[in-house]
Write a protein that binds this ligand. Structure first.
Ligand code: OAD
Length: 270
């Protein structure tokens, strides 16, 4: 770790009045949820052209429904089992020191599990069911319900059960409707960002004085424009990632770097 960057980050944190933590998949990697673009990433196993849009998913489902069940299982299962890691907990602890808003691209709800209270989920949340026409949340699905759904998907993906029994099992845990309008609140490629989270995120990024980007490759827009937007509005920008770059890069895993950063800035945070 570069000592000058570390000391800049510690001082920045001590004087910050409003911190935005901008997180991506790397934030939850230590909770066992795979990232998208690392060597073992999600999109290596499931080509985005077949799985990363709603229309692509429907098309794939018509020709190869078991592969879609396998894809959904691979999204759902790690999130159903996941627990918040020390990185999430350090972000939650930051709320006691400065106004903190989390802007996350993750759909796993782990910032809230760790105790963060001001979280903007700009790519939606797997834990919410929406009506795809009105975009209203119609129900919440908790991790234990997702664990049951994962079991049903596992059997179907492994061809040990039929589509009829999969649907019967899903209906016990998920509010499937006959018109097919209810679906997880997930922003896939080509979708508009989740609202009102995205509009609020753009506002807080303009107001913050410290912006900490954690575990994101910065490849997916419009979310990826937020670090530059923060810098242009005058905020200090720190990047925490094993491959961090930028003005103040802190290279390492979120679960190690964030607790240490907050400890060094404020003393023991737990
Ligand atoms: P990516 O998979 O593109 O990037 C993950 C980042 O996390 C990389 O920069 C890794 O170096 C870093 N990383 C890995 N392990 C880490 C750890 N333990 N601690 C800190 N950083 C770590 O994931 P995102 O940038 O989140 O969108 O991807 C953005 C969007 O692309 C996702 O929200 C999703 C995806 O397609 C949609 O589906 C719309």
């Amino acid at each position: 770790m570069n000592a000058a960057n570390w000391s800049t980050a510690v001082s920045g944190l001590r004087i910050a009045k409003h911190v935005v933590v901008f997180s991506g998949a790397g934030m939850s990697a230590e909770s066992g949820i795979p990232t998208f673009r690392d060597a073992d990433g999600f999109w290596q196993r499931f080509p985005p052209e077949k799985f990363a849009t709603w229309s692509g998913l429907w098309k794939t489902a018509l020709t190869d429904p078991h592969s879609v069940a396998d894809f959904v299982l691979n999204v759902v299962d790690p999130i159903a089992r996941a627990e918040a890691n020390p990185g999430h907990r350090a972000v939650a602890a930051l709320e006691r020191r400065a106004k903190t808003t989390v802007v996350t691209q993750n759909v796993d709800g782990l910032h809230q599990t760790a105790g963060s209270t001001d979280v903007l989920e700009v790519h939606g949340s797997l834990l919410e069911v929406i009506d795809s026409v009105t975009a209203h949340v119609v129900q919440r699905i908790d991790r234990s319900q997702w664990t049951q759904i994962a079991e049903a998907l596992r059997k179907y993906a492994g061809k040990q059960s039929s589509l009829v029994s999969l649907l019967a099992e899903l209906r016990k845990h998920y509010p499937l409707d006959w018109l097919g309008r209810h679906r997880p609140n997930l922003v896939l490629f080509g979708d508009a960002m989740a609202e009102p989270a995205w509009t609020k995120a753009c506002e807080v990024v303009d107001q913050c004085d410290l912006f900490i980007s954690v575990g994101t490759s910065g490849e997916v827009y419009p979310a990826a424009m937020l670090p530059d937007q923060a810098a242009e509005a005058g905020a200090m920008v720190i990047t925490v990632d094993p491959q961090a770059s930028g003005d103040c890069p802190l290279r390492g895993n979120a679960g190690i770097v964030l607790p240490k950063l907050i400890d060094d800035a404020f003393g023991e945070h737990r």
